[in-house]
Design a protein around this ligand. Sequence first.
Ligand SMILES: C[S@@+](CC[C@H](N)C(=O)[O-])C[C@H]1O[C@@H](n2cnc3c(N)ncnc32)[C@H](O)[C@@H]1O
Length: 221
Amino acid sequence: MKKELPEDGVLQRAYDSDDKSAHYDNWADEYESDIEKERFVGPEEAAALLHSIVPTSAKVIDFGCGTGLVGAQLQSLGYQQVFGVDISEGMIKQALQRDCYRSVRHHDLCTPLLDDIRYQAGICVGVCAFGPVNADHIVHMTGALDSGAPLVITINGKAWDEMDWPQQLEDAQIQQGYTVEYIKTIPYLVDKQIDAKLLIIRNAELESKLICQPPEQYSDD
Ligand SMILES: C[S@@+](CC[C@H](N)C(=O)[O-])C[C@H]1O[C@@H](n2cnc3c(N)ncnc32)[C@H](O)[C@@H]1O
């Protein structure tokens, strides 16, 4: 029997759920086939941007890695040191089967990541939307990176307007000490005609970015 997808899209159903980890645990087995039906291109868009500014020798952390779509993209681009974190054990199990991560661990992005190592880049796709991960939590991601290292992050276009992400980011940048360096509108859930914003964010100490240069084009067109 053909499975009906919700009118508002499969990601919207996830964003509306109160218990995110339980929701994603239950969804893990079918996540990729569902998301494929809506032509989710966030992972490839974000990985391509990261690849344009970060050498493939870098240690990269994938925040909210899910089943590993971003890790697979990075692997195909030549990255061999990719680490994943996610709140859902079901998603982690799927990501581990992909074999594109050095490790995949449980972590809640609403809390600081207490790691011994620092990463040279971060990527976060499909997590920032209607909450609970919001602009105040981005500092927990940039805090896991080398000083001045880039975080490439998508923000769902519907949520960008409805949750006033521009204002959230403006306030959080000042209070938390990170800088939004680049914003571009990208296709995202193509069949739902939902786009996203693709951002490069760095923690405040920009001078020390030795290996990661910004892309040439900064405008949103
Ligand atoms: C829409 S999926 C995106 C997965 C993957 N990045 C991709 O592009 O396919 C969102 C992912 O974020 C994870 N997530 C949601 N809230 C989280 C949180 N607070 N901490 C860590 N991971 C979270 C979910 O478990 C899920 O795997």
